[in-house]
Structures are given as C-alpha cells and as structure tokens.
Design a protein around this ligand. Structure first.
Ligand code: PLP
Length: 491
C-alpha cells in the first residue's frame, strides 16, 4: 500500500479537498444564522412539529457521505423552524436566556479551536480564570475562592453539596463513603426552591429525605423562624445539619430569600451557606436590584447560570466556592496520565478538572468572556433591570384588565396570572397551549397556592412592552374563544 503524497488528500482526513467551496458554504451558513437572528420577530415563537418533519429523523445510521450543503438545507428546513424559540422576544416560558449574535460568533471560534479545558497550560484556561476573577469581584469573594464552568445550576448545586459534605465529614468521606461517618446529615431549602437541590441530595448519595423544605412567608421567601425551628428539632433528633440553600430568584415567582438572615443562622449554627442564584444572582450587575441580594457576599458557595439573565448561549453554568482549598480537596484525584509538571504543556496546575467531576470540558468561558467584554457589565445589568421593569409593566396592565387576575406579587421578572372564569384551572391550561400553538407567545405554567397559573418569566433581552401586550391580549381572546358554548361541549 502506497502512502499518499502531500498533494493528494490523505484518506484519513475529514478536512475538505476544496477549502474554497467549504469557505463559501460556511459563509452561507453564517449568513443564515445572522438572518435568523435579525428577522426573528417575523417568525412564530414556536410551532408544533409536523409528522413529516419528525419521521425522517428515524433514518438508519448513514453509511455514506452527504453533501454539507444538503445537510445544511435539512437543518434550515426541518430543525431551525422547530426549535423551542427561546431566542424569540415572545418567549417567556420557564427561565430561558435569549442568546446573542456575539455569543454565537464566539461559539464558532471556540468550536474551531476545539480546546479541551480539563487542564494543561493553555490560554483558554486563562480565559476561564479571568471570568472567575470577574465573578469573585462581582460577589465580593476573596482571591482564594475557586470556581468553574459547568453545564448549569443543577450541576453547580450538586458540586456545592459535595463540597459541603466534605467540609462536614472531612475528606475521608471520599474513601469511606457517607455511611461510614455514622452521621445523619440534614439540609434546608425553601419550599419554593428548585427541585435540582433535592436531586443533588439524591445524586450525592445523601438521599432525597436529607432535604427539609421550609415553608415560605407571604413574600415567598424561606420563613426564617421555621428554619431555626427545623434546625433545632433536627439537632434534638440527632441529625447533623450541614447545608442551607438560599434561593436568589425562585423559579415560581422570582422571590429572593433573606440571604443576610440565612447567613446569620448558618454562621451561628456552623452550617454551610449556599445560594442557588441560577438566574437571580446576576442581578448583582444591576445596581438598582443588587441591594435585594444583600448577604450573598457571605455565602460559602454560589451557583448560577450565564445562560439565563446574562444571555450567554447554552450552556454556561457556574459554581463559585469561597474555600478554594476545600473545593480542590473534594475533587482532585491523582492519576499517572494526568501528571503535572512545572514546565511544558502539563504545567499550570491546579487544573479545572481538579474542581469538578468533568475531565474533558469545552470552552464555555469564551462565549461568556466575549459577552462580558463586548457588551460590558453595565449594559448586561441594564438588560436585567429592563426585564424587571417589563414585569412591573405587565403587573400593572393585568391589574387594569378586569378579565385577568394576578396570582403573585412581582418581585423580579416573573409574572403569574390567570384568566378569570369558571373552572379556571382547565381553561387556563387550554389558554397556555393555545398561546404556544398560535406562535404569538410562549408562557409556561405553574401552581401558586393550589391555583393553576400562567407564568411569564421575562428573561430575553429582545422582549419589549409590545410583546407583553400581545401576550395579554391573546390570553383574553383565547380565553373568550375557549369559553364559547360550542367549545365547552367539545371538551
Ligand atoms: C434554572 C434554575 C435551576 C436549574 O439550572 P439549570 O441551568 O437548568 O441546570 C436551578 N435553580 C433555579 C432557581 C433555576 O431558575
């Protein structure tokens, strides 16, 4: 067998023979995505996926090659129009960020570089460390604090639970397991906390029942007196309280726990104080909202997402830990093939893989770094404040509309409301589906004090007052339509 000369294409390579035509195709693909973002308002927010679109995606493993242009056409025809639509200004479901053109371009650069940020001495890791320094600065954490990009706050919360477990049981827990310590641990979060905190207890081997869900006060914050009572009664019963998770921006209504009061209790009781600030923590960027996060600077760890309020493309979660040495001792593991050196590419220890469960890691830091550099912290803070102003506007409009009813006070950027009628749970569930299928707007749903709610979380920087008006107007018109006698007979 002959070895191919450098003039010929190597049989093993996946690079093109004709870079010129790849370049032209690449430019078309880039233009298509810029067109998508420039004209996104002209599209429906979301549309149901027809069977003719879904079915071809059950094809067998393709053995032979296809033209890049043809695969791109399939993307444009079958994938792009049927995404969840969170880039669209009418998207207000769950808590989704909108993304930005800058973030998209940075993702392209990161993909081209194909950096693996598990470790080694490379500038991409310096970029991640730069973001860590900015995060420390934002939250008033010391230089010894450590931090790491992860998929999202779910993973960040789990890392916090594991570090807190090490703090309480010592690093021998890594060898002997939780049971060997002979202690029954207990943890605390608001009844309005995100379910991923329970899941973190489960995944870390502590068990779902470790987490006590503390009742909320009238402002949907964790009730501090109830928390103190729960801790005392657990101590009496022989438990070791080890973890308090405050929520900064609750998923249901956007409530912020009294973080300073939680910090006081945690300090007095010597319990780890964690903040789940998935979206809310970055309100630190908005000077008019930051004061409501007072106490967050005293946390032992903070979990949050750049992919929500900071508009960085998915995914870009982050965990910040005050005690970097403890964080390191929770995850660092020796392995011959990961040996560190003082010079050469294997220098630069500690590596990001010493602070979390991932070894291979993508360059999430780059799209975040670009977003912060290009837009600046001030502008990102202004976007956050603007979404809160829109939520207050929406609250005001709802109060003025006799057909609608507000179900929870607006504290940040989340508005829960419903259409007034008989059998409101059923009718409002139908309204939400009709809204989503109409392509006009995408709210999601929740239950507030046993009442079914239409929930709009205004996160996207593209959303305007017109989008809010369109949602409210359509809510009323779908409500009226669903209540027509002929529709009631149907269901
Ligand atoms: C979104 C959210 C989470 C989960 O974060 P992911 O990035 O989706 O893993 C956790 N807590 C709160 C309060 C959230 O809003």
């Amino acid at each position: 067998m002959q070895v191919a000369s450098s003039e010929q294409t190597e049989p093993g390579t996946l690079d093109p023979q004709d870079w010129q035509s790849l370049r032209a195709q690449g430019h078309r693909m880039l233009d298509d995505m810029l067109d998508y973002l420039e004209h996104i308002r002209e599209r429906p927010v979301w549309q149901p996926i027809p069977n003719e679109v879904r079915t071809p995606f059950h094809e067998a493993l393709p053995q032979s090659a296809s033209d890049l242009a043809a695969v791109h056409d399939t993307f444009m025809r079958d994938i792009l129009p049927f995404a969840s639509g969170n880039a669209h200004p009418g998207f207000m479901g769950w808590v989704h960020g909108g993304g930005t053109p800058v973030g998209m371009l940075a993702e392209m650069l990161a993909a081209g570089l194909n950096a693996n940020l598990g470790g080694r001495d490379q500038m991409p890791i310096e970029v991640e460390r730069q973001v860590l320094r900015w995060v420390r600065e934002l939250f008033g954490f010391p230089e010894s604090a450590s931090g790491l990009f992860v998929t999202g706050t779910s993973m960040a919360n789990m890392i916090a639970v594991l570090v807190a477990r090490t703090a309480t049981l010592g690093s021998s827990v890594r060898h002997e397991g939780v049971a060997a310590a002979g202690k029954r641990l207990s943890a605390y979060a608001s009844a309005g906390a995100h379910v991923c905190i329970s899941q973190a207890m489960d995944l870390s081997g502590l068990g779902l029942d470790t987490l006590r869900l503390i009742p909320m006060n009238d402002h949907y914050q964790m009730d501090i007196a109830e928390l103190a009572r729960a801790i005392a009664s657990d101590r009496d019963a022989g438990y070791t309280p080890f973890f308090i998770a405050g929520t900064a921006g609750s998923v249901n209504v956007g409530a912020i726990d009294d973080l300073a009061a939680l910090a006081d209790i945690a300090k007095k009781e010597k319990i780890w104080f964690h903040v789940d600030g998935a979206f809310g923590a970055l309100a630190m960027l908005a000077p008019e909202i930051a004061p409501s996060l007072a106490g967050i600077e005293r946390a032992d760890s903070i979990a949050f997402d750049f992919h929500k309020w900071a508009q960085v493309p998915y995914d870009a979660g982050f965990i910040l830990v005050r005690d970097g040495a403890l964080h390191y001792s929770t995850f660092a593991s020796p392995a011959a093939y990961l040996k560190r050196e003082s010079r050469g590419l294997a220098a630069g220890s500690p590596w990001p893989c010493d602070f979390g469960p991932d070894l291979s890691r993508g360059f999430r830091a780059l799209k975040t770094w670009f977003t912060i550099k290009v837009y600046g912290a001030e502008k990102l803070g202004a976007v956050i404040a603007h979404t809160c102003a829109l939520a207050r506007y929406m609250q005001q409009r709802i109060k003025e509309m006799p057909e609608l009813e507000l179900l929870a006070p607006v504290s940040l950027n989340i508005v829960c409301y419903r259409y007034r009628c008989k059998d409101p749970d059923r009718v409002n569930a139908d309204i939400v589906v009709a809204l989503q299928e109409s392509g006009i707007a995408v709210p999601s749903t929740t239950v507030i004090n046993g009442r079914f709610a239409i929930r709009a979380a205004i996160v996207n920087h593209r959303t305007t007052a017109n989008d809010i008006d369109a949602l409210l107007k359509a809510t009323i018109s779908f409500g009226e339509k669903i209540l027509l006698p002929h529709n009631q007979n149907e269901s």
